[in-house]
Design a protein around this ligand. Structure first.
Ligand SMILES: Nc1ncnc2c1ncn2[C@@H]1O[C@H](COP(=O)(O)OP(=O)(O)OP(=O)(O)O)[C@@H](O)[C@H]1O
Ligand SMILES: O=C(O)c1ccc[n+]([C@@H]2O[C@H](COP(=O)([O-])O)[C@@H](O)[C@H]2O)c1
Length: 210
């Protein structure tokens, strides 16, 4: 029979090992309709400034605040995200929400990811507009216990919150997917707003033209 002291010691060693091997994973959730350079810069800046191991881009199936937008098919959004991040080994895609379907509540997703990967610590990256909206998120108090939120500045939104958000200072990038969709409709160039591969994909599939 294992003595109490031995069991305690084993537990301490296990905890120590876990804290050394734990991976720090950033999650950038979004609709990515389409993905743009703002997403890439914020992911890279948060990763490097906080010393994260990786950032996973996580396209949603149906965003909880559906009133805000109409998104194109998930397959096209996933393909464009994949094209955007190709070539960066520290970036990846998390398909949990697309695979689960339904409304993509972050609480449900992070519970699922934490259960699947207890070895990871998660940092959920959001823009200032989403930080402002946090009080309305589904089960926000429970979600706060599952992840560390990381906020980056966004034009016209405050950099304060009643929640313990970790702010990372990056240059203001006044680009949004809405702006890109509007520019396409109006026949304006989106070169350098998105990666060349994404611009090519949009052109080939004639996305966002009406
Ligand atoms: N230029 C930006 N600066 C800071 N955060 C951004 C920027 N663009 C997007 N984000 C953040 O990235 C996450 C995913 O954004 P999303 O895919 O909805 O893009 P979006 O540009 O906000 O789209 P839309 O204009 O359709 O609302 C959100 O947390 C959003 O706040
Ligand atoms: O869970 C919620 O209640 C909730 C409310 C608003 C946004 N989110 C998540 O925040 C991320 C950014 O949202 P969006 O709509 O700007 O793409 C995306 O992963 C959404 O699922 C989550």
């Amino acid at each position: 029979m294992v003595k109490v002291e031995e069991r305690t010691e084993t537990k301490v060693i296990e905890q120590l090992a876990a804290s050394v091997t734990k991976k720090r994973i950033g999650i950038l959730g979004g609709t990515f309709n389409p993905p743009h350079i703002g997403h890439l810069i914020m992911a890279d800046q948060v990763m490097t400034q906080l010393g994260l191991d990786r950032v996973l881009f996580m396209p949603d199936a149906n965003p909880p605040h559906v009133d805000r937008k109409f998104a194109i098919d998930a397959t096209d959004r996933v393909r464009m995200v994949a094209a955007s991040i190709a070539g960066n080994p520290n970036f990846g895609i998390e398909l949990a929400e697309i695979q689960r379907g339904g409304i993509s509540y972050t609480y449900d997703t992070m519970l699922e990811l934490k259960r699947k990967h207890p070895e990871n610590d998660y940092y959920f990256i959001i823009g200032g507009d989403m930080v402002d909206y946090l009080p309305k998120w589904h089960r926000i108090d429970d979600l706060m216990k599952l992840v560390q939120f990381v906020g980056v500045r966004r034009e016209n939104y405050p950099v304060t919150s009643k929640y313990p958000v970790l702010w990372v200072d990056i240059p203001l990038i006044d680009i949004s997917s809405t702006m890109i969709r509007r520019r396409i409709r109006q026949g304006q160039s989106i070169r350098y707003f998105v990666t060349d591969a994404v611009a090519e994909y949009i052109k080939e599939r004639q996305l966002y033209h009406e």
